[in-house]
Design a protein around this ligand. Structure first.
Ligand SMILES: Cc1cc2nc3c(=O)[nH]c(=O)nc-3n(C[C@H](O)[C@H](O)[C@H](O)COP(=O)(O)OP(=O)(O)OC[C@H]3O[C@@H](n4cnc5c(N)ncnc54)[C@H](O)[C@@H]3O)c2cc1C
Length: 489
């Protein structure tokens, strides 16, 4: 497994194809580094013995221990470890751990390539398995580029006035394919080793050129990463872990990009567009049942701490509001555990979470994210957004003023209270705040997408049967499906 220093050194060897604010920048640009530091934690914590069981897994391909972010789950325990790993790492990194997008794309491809081969006699699973082995041996990181530009939302890919609105195949050659188009909102691609591309939606036959999946190095010829980094206000005096971290998202442009055949995992199998898109989405929603509870943990902790600074921690309305964080975060986490216990072993051997539980768990968190920030705002008060700059706490003559007036709780020193308010500002009133709010709603699919998935797959008829039985319309209530259902241990 790589160390974070080796990951960084490999990253610095990539060709310059990252653009920020109209200029080409190196991957060591200070605005990109906060995201790199988040990614680094996924290497650091895989090294020590205490975290070994959580952060590593035995690969059936290499026979050795590999970073868990590279190894598709084989059983419910693996899924629960994945969820717990994401929650614990996210607590340390102040939120999104960013390496799960690529992980979920690997999981989705491990299943879909096998199913496509079974149906069409293609060789995608062999190609993908070779790729996965290569990926595990090098302990790589990947962005998942799923979301297309999409153009006019009411039109299908093949109906768009600009055919490049969705990434598509423009040429099939003996040695590979050529693709064109752009993916948007792609997290961490500016500091990923690889880009994994999958379709964003269901396709019809007329859309078959848009049914395409592949993987390439992040600095591949014909790829441009137009990047928007986000980070919290830099600290000069009061260094703190949270202030080190951030994120970048990119528009990924494929400009007649050649993809070698061995790295193509879907080419025009339009009937599998929906399946592959959903496999990624549901796997990613499972990841959310780990990271969103961590965001709730952070918001809960920051709210409790600022309540202590305000000396109102024990007041009834504060306790009641703190319990709401526990209600949301732990329910979503429980949904992730249930999804593992009632998951399924797919024909590829990859173990997949139960779709109903991941969708209700993810949707709950998407719907409550702004409410959670509202609780922090209510308990903190206005200083959350009016706190003077850090420099004013250290410069004469304002230092004395602020040291004196920042004090609310007599049991805490001025520096502790200043640190608390700086944290509250970073979590509740910074550029990262908006990122987490909007990621909470849309990342991994908007709440409406979870609703659409539930409406497609949830068994409303069986619920109607209960009502018919209770109304006396039916004499029998068939519950045999539920009687047979058992968790997988
Ligand atoms: C912080 C962040 C990080 C992200 N990271 C990644 C990433 O790493 N990789 C990745 O692939 N994606 C990523 N995404 C993208 C994310 O998956 C999408 O934002 C999400 O799926 C919604 O898609 P969209 O943004 O294109 O919105 P849209 O799909 O355009 O939705 C906007 C609105 O239009 C409505 N709408 C859309 N189509 C129709 C229609 N046909 N009829 C009626 N209404 C419609 C929707 O319901 C919604 O209300 C990220 C997003 C965020 C915010």
């Amino acid at each position: 497994m790589r160390t974070s220093a080796e990951y960084l050194s490999d990253l610095m060897k990539l060709k310059a194809n990252v653009y920020v604010g109209g200029k080409t920048v190196g991957r060591d640009d200070p605005r990109i580094m906060p995201g790199i530091r988040v990614m680094s934690t996924t290497f650091d914590w895989a090294q020590g013995p205490d975290w070994e069981d959580l952060m590593t897994a035995t690969s059936p391909l290499t026979g050795g221990r590999v970073n868990r972010f590279t190894c598709p789950p084989r059983n419910p325990y693996d899924l629960m470890q994945k969820q717990k790993m994401i929650r614990l790492l996210a607590q340390r990194a102040g939120g999104c751990i960013q390496r799960c997008m690529g992980y979920d794309a690997l999981i989705a491809l491990s299943i879909a390539t096998k199913e496509m081969d079974d149906k069409y006699g293609t060789e995608y699973n062999r190609r993908f398995t070779n790729y996965l082995k290569y990926y595990q041996e090098r302990d790589l990181t990947a962005a998942c580029a799923q979301t297309d530009m999409k153009g006019d939302r009411t039109k299908r890919p093949s109906e768009q006035s600009d055919p490049d609105a969705y990434v598509h195949v423009v040429e099939v050659r003996n040695d590979g394919i050529v693709v064109r188009g752009a993916k948007i909102s792609i997290t961490m691609v500016a500091y990923a080793d690889e880009i994994i591309v999958i379709p964003t939606r269901a396709m019809r036959e007329s859309d078959k050129d848009y049914a395409v999946a592949f993987a390439i190095p992040a600095d591949w010829d014909g790829v441009r990463l137009i990047t928007r980094p986000v980070w919290v206000r830099e600290r000069k005096e009061l260094g703190a872990p949270l202030a080190e971290y951030g994120v970048s998202d990119s528009v990924v442009v494929f400009d007649n990009t050649f993809i070698p055949k061995e790295r193509v995992f879907m080419c025009k199998e339009w009937e599998f567009g929906r399946r592959l898109a959903l496999l990624f989405a549901d796997s990613h929603r499972h990841s959310y049942t780990g990271c969103k509870p961590a965001v709730s943990d952070i918001l809960c902790g920051v709210t409790a701490l600022v309540a202590e600074a305000n000396n109102i921690e024990g007041i009834a309305h504060v306790r009641q509001k703190l319990s709401e964080f526990a209600g949301g975060g732990e329910l979503s986490y429980a949904a992730g555990i249930a999804s593992a216990l009632f998951g399924e072993r797919t024909s590829s051997g990859t173990f997949f979470p139960n779709a109903t539980y991941v969708n209700v768990g993810r949707r709950l968190m998407g719907e409550t994210i702004y409410h959670e920030y509202n609780i922090l705002t209510e308990i903190a008060g206005g200083l959350l957004v009016t706190l003077p700059f850090e420099e004013d706490f250290f410069a004469e003559p304002t230092k004395q003023d602020l040291d004196k007036y920042i004090k609310r709780n007599p049991k805490l020193s001025s520096e502790e209270q200043h640190r608390i308010w700086r944290l509250v500002e970073s979590v509740g009133a910074s550029a990262m705040t908006s990122w987490y709010q909007i990621a909470g709603v849309h990342g991994g699919g908007s709440p409406i997408m979870e609703t659409i998935t539930l409406n497609a797959e949830y068994d409303y008829e069986s619920k109607k049967d209960i009502a018919k039985y209770l109304a006396g319309i039916s004499k029998e209530l068939d519950q045999s499906k539920y009687l047979k259902e058992k968790p997988t241990f």
